[in-house]
Design a protein around this ligand. Sequence first.
Ligand code: PMP
Length: 457
Amino acid sequence: MNKYNSALAGKDVQYQLHPYTDAILHQEVGPLIIERGEGVYVFDDQGKRYIEAMSGLWSVALGFSNQRLIEAAERQLRTLPFYHLFSHKSHSSSIELSEKLIELAPVPMSKVFLTNSGSEANDTVVKLIWYRNNAIGKPEKKKFISRRNAYHGITVASASLTGLPPNQRGFDVPLPGFYHVSCPHHYRYAQDGETEEQFADRLADELESVILSEGPETIAAFYGEPLMGAGGVIVPPRTYWEKVQAVCRKYDILIVADEVICGFGRTGNMFGCETFGITPDVMVVSKQLSSSYQPIAAVLVNDTVFEGIADQSHAFGTLGHGFTGTGHPVASAVALENLKIIEEERLVEYAAEMGDLMQAGLARFKSHPLVGEVRGHGLIAAVELVANRSTKAPLDVAGKLGKFLAGRAQEHGMITRAMGDSIAFCPPLISTQEEIQLVLDTFGRALDDTARWSGLV
Ligand code: PMP
């Protein structure tokens, strides 16, 4: 045994480099080892139960023990555990999954390109748009505009699109040609007295001035999550997407919707694009696509984008892009089954109802002295903690309140995530009314603990 609570924990510290973890602190505190899952709960290696209020990483839509998904994986493993899509090869699960995605897409889409992760999907989008713009004789149209606090992944191009300092600090990104405009968070960034509509006007004007100063002929695409997830669950202000899209259309700039978190029912509709009235040229989906039972993501492109790619690949004799795991049969089979379940069980409508319940429950915390803002849409939300409600100031350093509260929640048997001082809620789509209530009650207990500890209340 060692100073951690199991031999396995000691080996974890000895052998693993953890993502999103302070590597030195990890040697002190060791890991929380999750051993199994059941419904919306996970259990650690000491037998303690946690309600997973984050669906793992915003992704386990169907909970942690869906038998149909397990059986779909097993069936596919027994029939064809691997094959690829290179050089005109194909297989049924990737074909059927692509057909299903095109059928579900909220706007007409033409083709699907499958990848292993959301980051790879976003790198794929950047490369495909560069490739396409070369093909259509616009080799100078290569720049990307995204937003501060956006999250699009951590590979080189996707980390360049991401607008969060921890993903860029020390990593020599963003690459040249990637620009970030303001984060559409009214509570934090609106000027005194500015309405949501006025704030949206100002952000659309800012976008237009960046486009004009760089030269519209150099800007390839505008990139956005319909509702920003990892950057703090930021709900765009009213009329934001309508105004931003109008600017993009005016200058022939493609719109890419990163639906990695929003997709498949999270915001109350099948896609965030429907919730916020976005008509994208390209869409990226992942996470709830397979409930994360298998790693998989997809890029959907419309006809306009596809045509340029097709011509270029013909001229070169191949599309020189693809992963060993592109369209992996097991991942595709699980994703297809997952989408069938979401449709058959009408989980989008169900999650919208549970979402209303969760939003109403969280809204009751609005008057708490530590709560600055409660925001969200459907079954995704955040509560932002502040030490002073009128100045919106944090408790000495930003993030301290959030970290403490998430720790207390874990102690009380709930896993959530603190993004700075914002506590995120993203429970599985299958959560029952009682389970949503348990999330709310556990949050309430952790908030009381935090209030006492802070000495502010
Ligand atoms: N886009 C968004 C909106 C995401 O939330 C994420 C992951 N949190 C990604 C892209 C990257 O996906 P992955 O972690 O699978 O690379």
